[in-house]
Design a binder for this molecule. Sequence first.
Ligand code: PMV
Length: 302
Amino acid sequence: MALHLTSFGPGKVILLGEHGVVYGQPALAAPISRGVRAWAVPSSRCGIEVPESLKSEHASSLERAFRRAAKATGHPKVMVTLESDLPLSMGLGSSGALSIAVSRVLLEAKTGKPAKTADLERVGFELEREFHGTPSGVDHTTSARGEMILFKKGSVRVVRSPKPVRVLVAIVGERPSTKRTVAALRARQALWPARYKRLFLEIGRVAREGAAAVQAGDLDCLGDLMNVNQGLLNAVGLSSEGLEAMVNRLRRLGALGAKLTGAGGDGGAVLGLFREPEPIVAKLSQEGVACFVSQLAGPRAL
Ligand code: PMV
């Protein structure tokens, strides 16, 4: 193999449809510019240097996930190191990004060729299962594709926009793990399956309509769908005071739509859709809110 290999797995945001996607509904998701980078250098065995900053429970699940990926790629003789600019467990797909960065670098170390998307998604899913238990697969698939997608278990459709779709991503704060939030929701839906089924169906419809709005370049419609989706997430018990406060703040600042992104529960991140998000990021940053802009689809300025 070459002396050094490097790969990148972008983080993601879910624009519409989180949680419904666990129950077979579609979700609209897109990669962001932040993510995880992996390096591989020749070594006597296949291993990973676990970042010292990781809390012990994260470190041991990373070791277990890496062992799965090493097995799935035939143990290429490399030592892998990681670097990330994604906050952990904030709904921005840090584990999916890591899964793809590691899978890509191991596949390329083994074969000496660019990784095929199908292999990347297969190995990436092995890691994601270790991190999340029963993930829908939306996170690592979005990271592997690197484009906005309408994802449903078993199908992926790329969604393109004639206009830039740009969001402000605001970090609200610590939240429970995705595994815990997904399990708590599963317990609620098991008690009242008919009602929750109706709500998940509606979340799926909103995601499909959102994909059509993106393709038509209709940002007003997309924003309205984000607001409706936030209401549905609230209805199934996934919002919180902190999340609602940030959603309301972004709407008052002129967002076309705002909602939580990812598992939610209590904390994590909120998205605001703006035609011009930069001045809002500058204003909120001055107030100490951790936030950034990400373009999710559409033509980019050179
Ligand atoms: O781990 P997060 O916060 O990016 O959330 C993943 C999205 C969920 O729909 C909540 C879970 C899943 O497996 O799709």
